[in-house]
Design a protein around this ligand. Structure first.
Ligand code: AMP
Length: 611
């Protein structure tokens, strides 16, 4: 049962000194308590201190910086006071939407996402009108700075979000350049899931005695609970859940979601699908909560959809499954959640849904629990249909057993005589009426894509051991020539980052890159839309317009003596091909076969896209 003390001793949003308008917005969002990164980051950021937060997506880091920034913003002054740099346009949009959401009660607050691939006109107009916060990808932010359409002299806070991703995508020099253009007194908040040396160097150089925030993960033991995961996009979670519920034998289930609103929404949807289901969240009165829990204990309810706060201390023996519909903010919360099953010596099942962006959470959890989470086998359409047919048949058997059928038997017989229709056909028609609008069988089409083949999912990998490299591009590629080369100081990461951001192409589908003195050749998907191609013509990388063209095969010849170097490089042993450190010589070519890069430390090479 619930433990009141446990609930009351937790920090809540009102203890963080946030203005009432922000607390209201957080409440509207359905958040019940700050996540660990929020509880630790908000106070120093409110006090204008520099912070380094080691946190990844899914931990609530966006609100951790957005709330204190909004608390400190001067709304009357419509100049850019905060700049948030993100590695991708998706993240820029997402962060900008979060600012919107948390500022819902602030009058006239303006935030603008600026990213590559978006028309300049709209951005220029909005910048001219004045905004308080800009969230952008480094390339486009630099463009605007050069055009003088974005001025940073009134910046009071700079956020580097997912700094390690920016490094991985080749933006780190751009980030440093931008950093150098901000006023010296500004506050810097740096968030990164990992802390590679290059990131630490930036922190040392630019930040003033930053507060380091790491959520310490103690190792914790979990009971005899089998743990499985499924990589699934937000949109497909409900489908995955209903499949599991149909095919998995269960007794009682707790489904964990992030917000109060989500408990209500999901409970409603499951009820509509015929499950005995209720929501449990921090707003539900103690009285109702107790009633709900006794209904669950008595088997009058099978599924609870709960937030972490609401489920704390819950002890119900018949919980056979814990489903983490939303991944928890930290491994510790996960351990608390799955502790709701496997009670009283029973075995339990834990399932966690992870969106592709959150997949790092799996490893964090495995590190804390020191147990492997296996890939779930999502039931196939066939398995589900077998179950549905079996249940349908069972309901006929159960009804026949009631001995209360005399009236209907007569009615059917009457119909048979009047219409001269065989009893079998009448039974079939009645079965159809019973089934109603929803077809009994799932169509074959509804098969969810296997993770790893899902376009939205990167290959899931839970195990700490044996992490495989991501597969190379499989689609047909073509060679393209871009007009930026060694002479302009370009590195493969700059090319990959810019192309990925400007086109929305997955960095993975960008293939081999050969950089010559004056230009570079790059393998890109052969089916690139004409529009994307046209757009890439105008994109700048290392100060040069790409002016992309299809490679005629003559490019090497233009390279003059470099062509020889190139051919040699092609045949040379691998380590020579990737030896890219040191000053670049004229007419030289550097090949990034599988995009490997010399780390500068002896001969060790690191995979450019390896994690
Ligand atoms: P982030 O790590 O910033 O990408 O946030 C991950 C998800 O958690 C987002 O869907 C947020 O809306 C949600 N979220 C952030 N803070 C909280 C909180 N305190 N309570 C519940 N959900 C939250």
């Amino acid at each position: 049962m619930s433990n009141k003390n446990e609930t009351t001793t937790m920090p809540d949003f009102s203890s963080l000194n946030l203005p009432i308008s922000l607390i209201g917005a957080v409440k509207d969002a359905g958040y019940e308590m700050p996540t660990p990164i929020q509880a630790l980051t908000i106070p120093p950021m409110m006090a204008k201190k520099d912070v380094i937060g080691q946190a990844q997506t899914g931990t609530g880091k966006t609100a951790a910086f957005a709330l204190p920034i909004l608390a400190n913003i001067d709304l009357k002054n419509t100049v850019v006071q905060t700049l948030v740099l993100t590695p991708t346009r998706e993240l820029a949009i997402q962060v900008s939407e979060s600012f919107h959401q948390y500022a819902a009660h602030l009058k006239d607050f303006r935030v603008l996402p600026i990213y590559g691939g978006q028309d300049y006109g709209g951005q220029l107009k909005r910048l001219k009108q004045g905004v308080h916060v800009v969230v952008g990808t480094p390339g486009r932010v630099m463009d605007h700075m050069r055009r003088k359409s974005l001025k940073l002299d009134a910046i009071t806070t700079l956020v580097l979000d997912e700094a390690d991703e920016m490094l991985r995508m080749g933006f780190i020099d751009d980030v440093e350049w931008i950093l150098g253009q901000t006023p010296p007194g500004r506050q810097i908040a740096l968030f990164s899931a990992t802390m590679p040396a290059a990131i630490r160097k930036i922190a040392q150089k630019h930040m003033r005695t930053p507060e380091q925030i790491t959520i310490k993960a103690r190792t914790m033991t979990v009971a005899a609970t089998r743990q499985r995961y499924w990589i699934v996009g937000e949109k497909n979670k409900l489908d995955a859940l209903t499949r599991i519920l149909e095919a998995e034998p269960f007794d009682g289930i707790i489904i964990f979601v992030r917000t109060r609103t989500a408990t209500l929404e999901l409970a409603r949807r499951l009820e509509a699908r015929g499950y005995l289901c209720a929501a449990l969240n921090g707003e539900i009165s103690q009285n109702l909560r107790e009633q709900t829990i006794s209904r669950l204990k008595a088997g009058r309810l099978d599924i609870l959809v709960a937030t972490d706060v609401a489920a704390r201390g819950l002890d119900v023996e018949r919980i056979s499954h814990v489903i983490n519909y939303d991944v928890p903010y930290d491994p510790e919360a996960y351990v608390h959640r799955i502790g709701r099953t496997g009670r009283a010596g029973r075995s339990g099942e834990a399932i966690v849904f992870v969106t592709p962006r959150e997949r790092r959470m799996l490893r964090a959890i495995e590190n804390v629990t020191r147990q492997q989470i296996e890939l779930l086998e999502l039931p196939t359409t066939e398995m589900i249909n077998d179950q549905r047919v079996a249940r349908f048949k069972q309901s006929i058997t159960d009804t026949l057993a009631t001995n209360d059928l005399a009236f209907f038997r007569d009615l059917v017989d009457q119909y048979r005589q009047e219409h001269d229709v065989p009893a079998m056909d009448i039974a079939a028609a009645l079965a159809k009426i019973v089934q109603g609008e929803t077809p009994l069988l799932l169509p074959k089409m509804a098969e969810p894509p296997k993770p790893g083949f899902d376009k939205t999912a990167e290959k899931p990998k839970s195990s700490a051991a044996g992490r495989k490299k991501r597969p190379g591009p499989e689609a047909k590629t073509e060679r393209f020539r871009i007009e930026v080369g060694l002479r302009h100081g370009v590195k493969p990461g700059n090319i990959v980052g810019a192309i990925a951001n400007e086109t929305g192409l997955d960095a993975q589908s960008i293939g081999k890159i050969d950089i010559y003195d004056e230009f570079a050749l790059v393998d890109l998907p052969a089916d690139m839309p004409a529009e994307t191609f046209k757009h890439l013509q105008g994109v700048y990388v290392s100060g040069q317009q790409l002016k992309i063209s299809r490679d005629t095969g003559k490019s090497k010849a233009y390279a003059g003596p470099g062509a020889r170097a190139a051919d040699q490089a092609e045949r040379a042993p691998r380590r020579r091909r990737i030896d890219t450190a040191g000053p670049s010589r004229s007419n030289e070519k550097k090949t990034y076969g599988k995009r490997t890069e010399n780390t500068g430390k002896g001969r060790k090479k690191k995979s450019f896209f390896g994690k």
